[in-house]
Design a protein. Structure first.
Length: 520
C-alpha cells in the first residue's frame, strides 16, 4: 500500500508568485517580435495572449516554449545557439531576450511568495515528509535563496540541472522522476503540486501517487482533470495534511470483489431494505460517446430497469434535457430529472426550477453559436433550461477561443454560471439547485426517506457529487470509475457493463425473494 513520503513543488506559480513576471516578460518579448514580423510579412498583428502563455510556454524550458508558440503561429526560425545575443532573431535569441526582460522585472518588483504554499511545506516537513522544488527556470536557485526558502527543500532540480544532465523538460515526467530519485522515494509515495498544465501532464505520466493542480487562471477543473490532476484547487490554502495523507490509503470499495462476487458489506446493507434506485445516464447507464445522440441504452438494461421498476421506485437524473432522457429510456413508469434536476417529472409528479432564465439562456446560446461557429468539432446544445458546450472533438489549440468566448459572454450574464463536466462546459442558472437538490426533492415528495428504505445513487461525473452527498445520510453512493479519485461515494463500479451486472443482481434478488415468499 502506498503512503506519503515526499512532496515535490513546482516553483513559479506554486511557491513563488512569479508566474505574472514570466507572463509579462514573455508578452513583451513576443509582442515586439510579432509586430516586427507582421510588418515584414505584410500580415495583421496578433498579440501574445494569456491563453498562449498557458498552453504553449507555461512550465516548460524557454527554448521549448519559444518553439511551441511559434509553431502555433506557423512561424519558422533558425535554432541558433545558446550564445546568441538577445537581439538575434533565432530560437535562442528570443529565449535569451525573454530571460533578460524577466531579470529586469525581477530586479524592479522583487520576489513574492504564496504564504499558503509555504505554510503547507512547513507542515509537511514537521511531519517528516521530504520536500523538493523543481523548475524549468535556470534562476531557481537564486530565487529561492533571495526569498529565504532554501532550507525548506531537501532537493532542487532546475533548468541548469536539466541542461547539464540533458533531462527532458515537461510534459515529460523526467524532472519529477529525477527529484524523486534524489529524495530516495518511489513516485507512488510522492505528491506533485503544479499550476501548469504541462506539469500536471508530467506528474500523471510519472505515475505519482497524487497530482494536485492549482488552477490560478480559472481554466476549469475539468481541463486540469483531463491532463491528469487528481485534485484541483485554486490555492494551497484549500489543502489539508490529513486529507492528503488520507488520499494515499484511501480506496473506494468495489461493488464486485471478484467478477462474480458482490461485496459482502454492500449485500448486508441491501438485505431486507426497500431500495430506491437513482441513476445518471451518460457514463453510467451508457458509455461516454463522441456525439450525445449516439448514447443508446442497451435493450437488456432497459428491460432490467423495467422489471425492477415493478418493485422499486427508479429515477434517472441526467444533464440531458427532460424530453431527451425520457425518449432515450422510454419507460413511462420511471421518474425523470433533466437538466441536472431543473426539470422533474414522473407518475403524478412535476417540478420546474429556473424558468425565469429561459430567455437569457436562449440569448447566450445565440451568442455562443455566433462566436464559436468556426471551431471544428464543437457542439453547442440548447436544452432550454441550460446549455452544453461539448468539446470532445475539439483540438487542444481550439480550446483557447472557447474559454475566451465563455468568459466574455458569462461576464455579461451574471445570472448564469459555468460548470465543468467530462469534455463539456455546462451553463446553468446561478441558483441553489443541482442533482443533490433534485434528490432531496424527490425523496421528500415521494415520502421515501423511511427507516426501511435504502437509496442507491449511481453516477460517474463531478456533477453527481452533489447527489452522492445528498444520499449519504440515508443511502449509498456508487461511482462509475476505473481509477482513484476524490468522491463522496461509498463504492465503485468500473464501467457501464458492471452497472448492468449490478442491476441484474438486484433483479435476481427480487425474483429470489418473490419465489421464497410464494413457497412459504
Amino acid at each position: 500500500m502506498a503512503y506519503l513520503q515526499a512532496a515535490i513543488f513546482d516553483m513559479d506559480g506554486v511557491v513563488t508568485n512569479t508566474a505574472e513576471l514570466h507572463y509579462t516578460s514573455w508578452k513583451l518579448m513576443f509582442d515586439e517580435f510579432l509586430h516586427s514580423y507582421s510588418v515584414q510579412q505584410h500580415l495583421p498583428f496578433q498579440a501574445f495572449t494569456q491563453e498562449d502563455y498557458l498552453y504553449h510556454v507555461d512550465g516548460i524550458p524557454r527554448q521549448d516554449g519559444v518553439k511551441s508558440f511559434l509553431a502555433s503561429r506557423n512561424i519558422n526560425l533558425a535554432e541558433g545557439s545558446p550564445q546568441d545575443n538577445f537581439s538575434a532573431t533565432t530560437i535562442y535569441g528570443l529565449s535569451n531576450r525573454k530571460d533578460l526582460l524577466f531579470q529586469q522585472l525581477l530586479a524592479q518588483q522583487g520576489i513574492k511568495c504564496f504564504s499558503s504554499t509555504i505554510q503547507l511545506i512547513k507542515q509537511l516537513r514537521q511531519q517528516g515528509i521530504k520536500t523538493a522544488i523543481i523548475s524549468s527556470s535556470k534562476n531557481c536557485q537564486t530565487m529561492i535563496k533571495l526569498a529565504g526558502l532554501a532550507d525548506l527543500f531537501d532537493v532542487r532540480v532546475d533548468g541548469k540541472i536539466l541542461e547539464q544532465q540533458k533531462i527532458p523538460g515537461k510534459p515529460r515526467p523526467d524532472i519529477f522522476l529525477t527529484a524523486a530519485k534524489e529524495l530516495k522515494v518511489e513516485p507512488a509515495n510522492t505528491l506533485i503540486v503544479e499550476d501548469a498544465l504541462a506539469g500536471v501532464q508530467a506528474g500523471h505520466a510519472g505515475k505519482f501517487g497524487l497530482v494536485i493542480g492549482i488552477d490560478r487562471q480559472g481554466l476549469g477543473r475539468e481541463i486540469f482533470k483531463e491532463q491528469g490532476a487528481d485534485i484541483i484547487v485554486t490555492d494551497s490554502a484549500e489543502l489539508k495534511i490529513e486529507g492528503i495523507k488520507h488520499w494515499f490509503d484511501y480506496q473506494l470499495q468495489p461493488v464486485f470483489t471478484t467478477p462474480e462476487q458482490l461485496n459482502m458489506n454492500l449485500v448486508k446493507q441491501i438485505t431486507g431494505k426497500l431500495l430506491i434506485l437513482l441513476l445518471d445516464y451518460d457514463g453510467s447507464l451508457t458509455p461516454i460517446v463522441n456525439h450525445p445522440e449516439l448514447a443508446i441504452l442497451e435493450p437488456s438494461i432497459r428491460n432490467c430497469l423495467n422489471q425492477l421498476s415493478r418493485y422499486y421506485p427508479i429515477a434517472v437524473i441526467s444533464g440531458r434535457k427532460l424530453s431527451d432522457i425520457q425518449q432515450k429510456i422510454g419507460l413511462p413508469n420511471l421518474y425523470y430529472a433533466g437538466n441536472h434536476g431543473l426539470e422533474i417529472t414522473g407518475p403524478m409528479l412535476k417540478h420546474i426550477e429556473g424558468s425565469e432564465f429561459l430567455a437569457e439562456i436562449a440569448q447566450v446560446y445565440q451568442q455562443l453559436l455566433q462566436q464559436l461557429k468556426n471551431i471544428p468539432g464543437i457542439l453547442i446544445e440548447n436544452k432550454r433550461f441550460s446549455l452544453s458546450v461539448h468539446y470532445r472533438l475539439v483540438t487542444e489549440a481550439d480550446l483557447k477561443p472557447i474559454h475566451q468566448a465563455l468568459n466574455q459572454i458569462l461576464a455579461e450574464h451574471p445570472n448564469l454560471k459555468r460548470h465543468d463536466g467530462k469534455k463539456v462546459f455546462e451553463i446553468r442558472p446561478q441558483i441553489d439547485w443541482n442533482k443533490g437538490k433534485a434528490v432531496y426533492w424527490l425523496l421528500t415528495k415521494l415520502q421515501l426517506a423511511q427507516n426501511d428504505t435504502l437509496t442507491i445513487y449511481i453516477g460517474d461525473d463531478a456533477t453527481d457529487e452533489d447527489a452522492f452527498r445528498a444520499v449519504k445520510p440515508c443511502g449509498i453512493g456508487i461511482l462509475v470509475t476505473s481509477h482513484k479519485q476524490p468522491t463522496a461515494a461509498h463504492y465503485c463500479l468500473r464501467d457501464t457493463q458492471e452497472v448492468k451486472k449490478f442491476l441484474e443482481f438486484l433483479l435476481q434478488e427480487v425474483y429470489l425473494h418473490e419465489s421464497l415468499g410464494a413457497n412459504l
